[in-house]
Design a binder for this molecule. Structure first.
Ligand SMILES: Nc1nc2c(ncn2[C@@H]2O[C@H](COP(=O)(O)OP(=O)(O)OP(=O)(O)O)[C@@H](O)[C@H]2O)c(=O)[nH]1
Ligand SMILES: [Mg+2]
Length: 328
């Protein structure tokens, strides 16, 4: 039986031959393995590719590679929060980052386009939120620096391709996170965890809803996950539902915005103070200066008070949109 190799495969093979470094070779080989036609005629060749890949990965592990990959994951947190895009190859992570942030990340119609994390800033109302595009999730390979990075972000955006069995993709993502001792929490309270475990809020997003039949797949996927996760369909390419997505990203962060004012002046509504949900007046003072808390006598509050300008103490709980005048 002839192998019938496609132009896509031959192109990847050429890249493999031209590759100089082991990571370059692995990337080209990954593409070859992904695009090779899967039938009897290519069985032998697929076997060879697999063992070649095993050798290359072994080679890579032998080398003391501390540094490069790990350094790539040392991304400076900027804005009100740091949210990471996770998903399988080709799910559309880079398309989404390029669409809703000021950054651009290479988009390719072949898997493993993205090889290092890329941050971008997303504007949402009067806030900037940092989104980070990542290389695709793989079951058998986790890059150094990746687990540590993920454990320290504020929330995850799990992106699945609605044209390719989304529930299966979700299973793989959850398995990889579980292996890194990360418990993903959608709706509800964050549980207390065993030592060594981290928990992260996550939003589930089905991409490519513009494609025929994708919304049917979304309905089934949604039925399965909607009790446990906030979930929505989007199209990164056709710009569908992206404003709604921004709102949902803000929602999973569990933060509130309040505004401070000086007596006799209007509050500056372009400069929110960002605090965790459930914060009190004292936390507002603390966010301005640590000495401020000790000196705080009372505050006046517009919004959560019984009436506008009500006098409250430092343990008074605040809500989204409140305006607070601190008195020392
Ligand atoms: N129809 C459709 N195609 C999309 C959409 N989003 C992305 N794509 C296509 O899907 C392919 C993969 O997109 P990428 O953004 O590179 O996906 P990725 O998840 O970053 O891929 P890796 O970096 O390999 O993990 C490209 O051909 C995109 O044009 C979408 O909303 N609708
Ligand atoms: Mg990508």
């Amino acid at each position: 039986m002839p192998a019938n190799l496609t132009p896509q495969y031959l192109e990847a093979e050429l890249k493999f031959k031209q590759a100089k470094t082991t990571p370059e070779k692995i990337k080209a080989l990954e593409v070859m393995m992904a695009v090779i036609p899967k039938h009897k005629g290519t069985e032998r060749l697929r076997g060879q590719l697999k063992s070649r890949m095993a050798k290359l990965k072994e080679e890579l592990q032998k080398r003391p590679t501390v540094g490069r990959a790990e350094q790539a994951y040392n991304i400076k947190r900027e804005g009100a929060a740091q949210v990471v895009l996770l998903g399988l190859p080709n799910s559309g992570k880079s398309s989404l980052l390029s669409q809703i942030t000021n950054a651009s990340s290479e988009v390719g119609d072949y898997p493993f386009t993205t090889q290092k994390p890329i941050p971008g800033m997303m504007k949402f109302e009067n806030l900037q939120i940092q989104l980070v595009d990542t290389p695709p999730i793989q079951l058998d390979h986790i890059e150094p620096g990746f687990p540590n990075f993920i454990r320290n972000v504020d929330a995850l955006l799990l992106l699945v391709d609605l044209t390719e069995d989304p529930a299966f993709q979700m299973e793989i993502i959850l398995k990889v996170l579980n292996d890194m001792k990360i418990k993903v929490v959608g709706k509800g309270v964050i549980p207390s965890l065993e030592l060594g475990w981290a928990s992260l809020r996550a939003l589930l997003v089905g991409n490519k809803c513009d494609v025929k039949n994708a919304m049917g797949a979304y309905q089934r996927f949604e039925n399965y996950f909607k009790e446990t996760f906030p979930i929505l369909p989007i199209s990164a390419k056709e710009i569908m539902n992206l404003d709604e997505l921004k709102k949902e990203i803000y929602q999973i962060l569990d933060i509130i915005r309040v505004y401070t004012k000086i007596p006799g002046k209007e509050p500056d509504l372009t400069e929110p103070v960002i605090l965790k949900k459930g914060s009190a007046v004292g936390d507002v003072a603390l966010s301005i200066h640590k000495d401020f808390v000790a000196k705080l006598r009372y505050a006046k509050i517009w919004g959560s008070g019984k009436f506008d300008g009500q006098m409250v103490k430092r343990d008074f709980l605040i809500n989204e949109g409140d305006v607070i005048e601190l008195h020392i």
